[in-house]
Design a binder for this molecule. Structure first.
Ligand code: ADP
Length: 377
């Protein structure tokens, strides 16, 4: 085929494609008047070819004003091409969302292909609206959870306080036993409420840290002491090793630091029936004025299946075994710890062998303040 024949052949094919496609096609001069239009565009806007040919682009364009259209035409003629989204007006008044690909030819006119993207736009809008509604519902749920947890904590504090007072009065042995059970149940319920409150704060991005000087060794010892009674009751050895290099004072959130450790110790004791639970603390890295505390809580308990060692750090996630069901729990503790550790510039992870035990590790970054300098609040 000669080159001339090949061009003719291609032009003929292009013409057939342009006439049969559902996409729009037109050629526009620099004044915005139509020089050519295909049946696809005529169907899109609801006018006959003769009607379109007698009109200008400004009669269809629904977004840009005439000066903007003229500036756009000039820009495309100079630049050579453009792709953008706009809206054209249909004969019956409704708008059609279009994606337009325009090419400037000979610095004199524009050739454009137009695709009707109304359905895609409507789907995008519906999806955005659904996402907005889902986010609003989720926010409402989080607010409700936070309010309820807060409201229930007040009477629970009353129950715990009065039970403590009652336990100090002379009691029959079975009264003492029942009341101690009331106290334990009330404290468990309080712990669940605290987790729910923390979790709803976390969801709302309102979980924040305080900064004050504290002794890591004192917080660790206090946490271990708080757990020792329970460990003893279960016949477990609770051991604590604090590296002597651990700084005596650091700046950070002592309460939240202790909360992470307590949660890990609580789990370790909960999921261990014999053997020991060991807490270790050391300093791992020094960078500028900051140090990294490295803590581990290891146990000789039931362990965690390999495929569950990641998911347990997600909210409401519990390794599915009978022990978890037996010992209960909300499945929020590790998710809260993960968030707290991240806020403290550290990370948390686990190694575990099912049936042999688990070791949870976490690091937190703490600042060492020069002597005499007060911590920033
Ligand atoms: P909860 O203990 O309230 O269920 P957590 O988020 O603290 O929630 O823990 C999630 C799950 O991870 C637990 O339900 C348990 O299946 C598993 N897990 C956590 N710590 C241990 C541990 N020391 N030994 C065995 N399993 C553990």
């Amino acid at each position: 085929m000669s080159q001339g024949d090949e061009w003719k052949w291609r032009a003929c094919n292009a013409e057939k494609a342009i006439d049969s496609t559902n996409d729009g096609y037109w050629v526009l001069n620099a004044d915005g008047r139509f020089m050519d239009v295909n049946p696809g565009y005529c169907r899109m806007v609801g006018y006959s070819r003769d009607e379109v040919m007698a009109m200008s682009i400004a009669d269809f364009e629904a977004v840009a004003t005439m000066p903007q259209i003229q500036a756009q035409i000039l820009r495309i003629i100079q630049k050579g091409h453009a792709r953008f989204e706009t809206r054209h007006r249909h004969r019956n008044g409704h708008w059609i969302d279009l994606e337009i690909t325009v090419t400037g030819v000979d610095q004199r006119y524009l050739v454009a292909f137009l695709r009707d993207i109304s359905e895609r736009k409507a789907a995008d809008l519906a999806l955005r609206e659904l996402t907005r509604a889902a986010e609003a519902a989720n926010q409402a749920k989080s607010d409700f959870l936070a309010n309820m947890s807060h409201e229930i904590r007040t009477p629970m504090n009353g129950v715990i306080g009065l039970t403590d007072l009652l336990l100090e009065t002379p009691l029959e042995s079975d009264q003492l036993e029942y009341l101690t059970m009331v106290q334990e149940s009330a404290k468990s319920l309080m712990a669940i409420l605290n987790d729910m409150l923390d979790f709803s704060k976390m969801e709302a991005g309102k979980l924040s840290l305080e900064a004050a000087l504290f002794s890591p060794a004192a917080v660790i010892s206090e946490s271990v002491r708080a757990m020792s009674k329970w460990a003893e009751k279960k016949g477990l050895a609770l051991v604590c090793h604090i590296d002597p290099d651990t700084p005596s004072q650091v700046c950070g959130d002592a309460g939240r630091f202790g909360q992470i450790l307590l949660n890990l110790c609580d789990n370790a004791i909960k999921f261990t029936t014999c053997g020991n639970v060991t807490v270790r603390a050391r300093v791992t890295a020094v960078e500028g004025g900051a140090q990294e505390l490295h803590l581990s809580v290891s146990d000789t308990g039931i362990g965690i299946a390999h495929d569950q060692q990641q998911s347990i750090f997600q909210a409401f996630s519990q390794a599915d075994n009978s022990a978890t069901r037996r010992f209960g729990g909300t499945g929020l503790g590790l998710a809260i710890c993960t968030k707290l550790v991240a806020l403290m510039g550290g990370r948390i992870w686990v190694t575990s062998e099912p049936g042999r035990g688990s070791a949870f590790y976490f690091t937190v970054r703490v600042n060492l303040l020069p002597a005499g300098q007060h911590p920033a609040q």
